[in-house]
Design a protein around this ligand. Structure first.
Ligand SMILES: [Zn+2]
Length: 84
């Protein structure tokens, strides 16, 4: 195995292997009229154990957005589908 100094991989908090990569994902917080979609959230996904997790700074950012959505979010009309 070669070690590249600029490898984008991170050490996984779960399995400890340097196999976590940066991904971006949209997440829905809350439900109904209070629902808030945060797009493009930076996350880490471990290719070894499959864990997807947030860095503490990102987690704090999401807490802040959810606590004060009026400061961070704008209303957009989206298509919403439900599977009953
Ligand atoms: Zn892992």
């Amino acid at each position: 195995m070669t070690s590249e100094p600029n490898t984008p991989a991170h050490v996984c908090i779960n399995c400890g292997k340097p196999t976590a990569i940066d991904i971006r994902r949209d997440e829905l917080f809350g439900s109904g009229k209070e629902a808030l979609i945060i797009e493009n959230i930076p996350m880490l996904k471990c290719l070894n154990c499959g864990l997807v997790y947030l860095e503490p700074a990102v987690s704090e950012m999401i807490d802040e957005i959810c606590s004060h959505p009026e400061c961070h979010a704008s209303f957009e009309t989206k298509q919403v589908a439900k599977i009953a």
